[in-house]
Design a protein around this ligand. Structure first.
Ligand code: NDP
Length: 240
């Protein structure tokens, strides 16, 4: 039977590319999303990949959502924690809600999804968890104390959980993307984006499919000796 993978935020942007890459590997994929019904329906119709709606920042919703995926497709072997949001602003202008919401979804989502699936992976002796961090979690970024803190937290979370999974067949790794051409980056004002691209040694934004290739490697059968790693895919922007 084919292994079952959940990709959070898996119906558009980087998550969409990851869902497609895992499907191409022969896995049965469940693509989670938050509320963009139109995009989720178009994605599922075009790819045949089932989409499931829940908020990854909601602990109970993750438990229920993963139970629904298990019921529909089988036990979950692979989780890609990709869902993420930004609520940017300098500290003076950032509200407590903006701080909490980014921590709740970006970092809390990883905890919630791991709680829902890690036990089953451990019992079956095989699992893959891949967390999508960010270059801005490695290096920090002006106007993003919430996002940078959450993404930096993801890198620590990855290394800690990797130690728990190592002896039981569950690998836990992270990808730190640089600037990738998705809706999230389209929201950055053009003059700011121009300055950002000028600092990327390869001279362009990355493509979602270039992140998906790294995720696919971590999720492969052959990736079993790689755990606690962070793969930077950023066009050479920071040499981590
Ligand atoms: P997009 O904004 O294009 O897509 C975000 C996805 O996450 C959507 O599918 C959205 O669902 C989903 N999502 C948002 N909130 C929730 C939630 N509470 N519960 C479930 N799903 C949710 O983002 P990108 O594709 O650009 O980014 C994907 C990941 O990569 C994020 O974690 C981001 O931080 C990270 N990243 C992105 C970079 C970039 O340059 N684009 C750079 C570095 C990291 P819906 O469609 O329903 O709204």
């Amino acid at each position: 039977m084919s292994r079952v993978a959940i990709v959070t935020g898996g119906t558009r942007g980087i998550g969409e590319a990851i869902s497609l890459a895992l499907k191409d590997m022969g896995y049965t994929v469940a693509a989670n999303y938050a509320g963009n019904e139109e995009k989720a329906k178009a994605f599922s119709d075009a790819t045949g990949i089932a989409s499931f709606k829940w908020d990854v920042g909601d602990h109970q919703a993750c438990l229920d959502g993963c139970a629904a995926v298990t019921e529909a497709l089988g036990p979950v072997d692979i989780v890609v924690n990709n869902a993420g949001i930004t609520r940017d602003g300098v500290l003076a202008k950032m509200s407590f809600d903006d701080w909490n919401e980014v921590m709740r979804i970006n970092l809390g989502g990883c905890f919630n999804m791991a709680k829902a699936t890690f036990g089953g992976m451990r019992e079956r002796g095989w699992g893959r968890i891949v967390n999508i961090g960010s270059i801005n979690g490695q290096a920090g970024q002006y106007g993003q104390v919430n996002y940078a803190a959450a993404k930096s937290g993801i890198h620590g979370f990855t290394k800690a959980l990797a130690q728990e999974g190592a002896k039981v067949g569950v690998t836990v790794n992270a990808i730190a993307p640089g600037y990738i051409d998705t809706d999230m980056v389209a929201a950055v004002p053009a003059p700011v984006l121009e300055k950002i691209v000028a600092k990327i040694p390869v001279g362009r934004l990355g493509q979602a499919s270039e992140i998906a290739r790294g995720v696919a490697f971590f999720c492969s059968e052959e990736g079993g000796f790689v755990t606690g790693s962070t793969l930077s895919i950023n066009g050479g922007q920071h040499m981590y």
